[in-house]
Design a protein around this ligand. Structure first.
Ligand code: NAD
Length: 423
């Protein structure tokens, strides 16, 4: 599928996955389908070289990206990922999913994403700060509170957002809190932001379970990824009566048919750095995670995890996508055949960007809300968005993913049509 000269996606690679999702939504766009090609091309992609002096005096170079997939409905918005496997193609797909996600929950943003190809575990704090500051300066020509607002993603956090905000502010000569979200609270961060994505996974999951008549009490939950998203979601499911029967992270896989104690597991991970070695569960092979019997399976690690082969083995009723792009198109097709419902990433993990939006609004007005106000507004937005997507899914008898894309892409392309083409 060579739609652009500078990437070579395959059917199940991130950009290939996104393109096949656009192919699936096209028949439901009516007259707006004449604009659909705009969704198959990122508006702008910037590749930057990031040279830094390492602690040992040598010079290292890192490759960084910022892709603005769409600015049609508002400024770009999307996280920054630090990972050794980051590529332009991956960042393009992640930026496009942000366009769809922001429109699916009706936030006034386009879609963007950034990343640096590096393994943060191999860098000192000083080196990480230098990489972050130089990257921010290099992409400074396209980001800004009204242009494109980065946020945390895999391996980035509030500290990195603080360095980004400071660097951008130094370059423009004024403190610009609204240039990034996910900041520490004293720098204009929002209460509730850290837990927002995991909270949203829980809220949307609960809505889906209600519609599928899956009781929360005693529901069996399996979670891949026990970082920001997976751990908060697991904690909320457990607090509401569900049982966490399997958890996998980079360190290993643990299972417990009776359910695990989340407070104990969180304390163990804080101390040991991963779930491996947890005394309150049995250890299992990584591949056996996909055979665990569950009611809800939450992939909350990286993309491309639910392949056709794994989808064939899953024993679950509902896949709740905490991660971005965790299911390949081939995996999706198998799940649909088997009647396993998938709540797609663009709605399931939209809680984070929703509270990022609240943070940006609070920064502009310099007036900060209570955590209760944040959570009530977050829940309202997600429940309302899920309802609209569920109704579209029932009306057209299409998957929840294609329904979410229908709602979102209709909003993006309506805005495109109303704005018209420049010049
Ligand atoms: P994180 O870095 O906090 O956690 C990632 C987790 O995945 C860790 O537990 C890690 O051990 C695990 N992991 C890494 N490689 C793995 C592997 N090969 N097998 C199994 N587990 C592995 O990241 P996060 O912020 O929780 O993000 C997780 C996913 O959620 C990503 O896809 C991210 O894009 C998506 N997401 C995050 C946010 C957010 O606000 N943080 C918002 C929307 C979507």
């Amino acid at each position: 599928m060579p739609n652009l000269s500078f990437v070579s996606p395959t059917r199940n690679s991130p950009w290939g996955t996104y393109l096949s999702q656009i192919d699936a939504v096209e028949p439901y766009l009516g007259k707006l389908a004449r604009w659909v090609e705009t969704l198959r091309r990122p508006k702008r992609a910037l590749i930057v070289d990031i040279p830094i002096e390492m602690d040992n005096g040598t010079i290292a170079h890192f490759e960084g990206y910022r892709v603005q997939h769409s600015l049609t409905r508002g400024p770009g918005k999307g996280g920054v990922r630090y990972h050794p496997d980051v590529t332009l193609e991956e960042v393009m797909a992640l930026s496009a999913w942000m366009t769809v996600k922001n429109a699916a929950v009706n936030l006034p943003y386009g879609g963007a994403k950034g990343g640096i190809r590096l393994d943060p575990k191999t860098l000192s704090m000083k080196e990480l700060e230098k990489v972050t500051r130089r990257y921010t300066s290099e992409i400074g020509i396209i980001i800004g509170p009204q242009q494109d607002i980065p946020a945390p993603d895999v391996n980035t956090n509030g500290q990195i957002m603080a360095w980004m905000m400071d660097t951008y502010s130094m370059n423009v000569g004024a403190t610009a809190t609204g240039v990034v979200t996910g900041k520490p609270i004293p720098l204009g961060g929002s209460l509730g932001r850290v837990a927002a994505t995991g909270r949203g996974v829980f809220v949307v999951g609960r809505e889906a379970m209600r519609r599928l008549n899956v009781p929360m009490e005693g529901a069996r939950i399996a979670v891949q990824g026990f970082g920001n998203v997976g751990s908060v979601a697991a904690k909320m499911f457990a607090a509401n009566g569900a049982k966490i029967v399997a958890v996998q992270d980079h360190s290993g896989t643990i299972v417990n048919d009776k359910g695990m104690d989340m407070a104990d597991l969180l304390a163990h991970v804080a101390q040991a750095g991963g779930v491996a070695g947890f005394k309150g569960a049995d250890h299992a092979s990584n591949e056996s995670f996909w055979d665990v019997k569950s009611d809800v399976l939450i992939p909350a690690a990286l993309e491309g995890q639910i392949t056709a082969e794994r989808a064939q083995r899953l024993q679950t009723r509902l896949v709740l996508e905490g991660a971005n792009g965790p299911t390949t198109p081939d995996g999706d097709a198998v799940l649909a055949d088997r009647g396993i419902v998938v709540v797609p990433d663009v709605i399931a993990n939209a809680g984070g960007v929703t509270v990022s939006y609240f943070e940006w609004v609070q920064d502009f007005s310099s007036f900060f809300w209570t955590e209760d106000e944040i959570n009530v507004r977050l829940d309202q937005i997600l429940i309302g968005a899920f309802k609209g997507i569920w109704e579209t899914h029932e009306k057209h008898r299409i998957s929840l993913r294609t329904a979410a894309f229908t709602v979102a892409c209709t909003r993006v392309l309506e805005a495109r049509e109303e704005r018209g083409l420049y010049p």
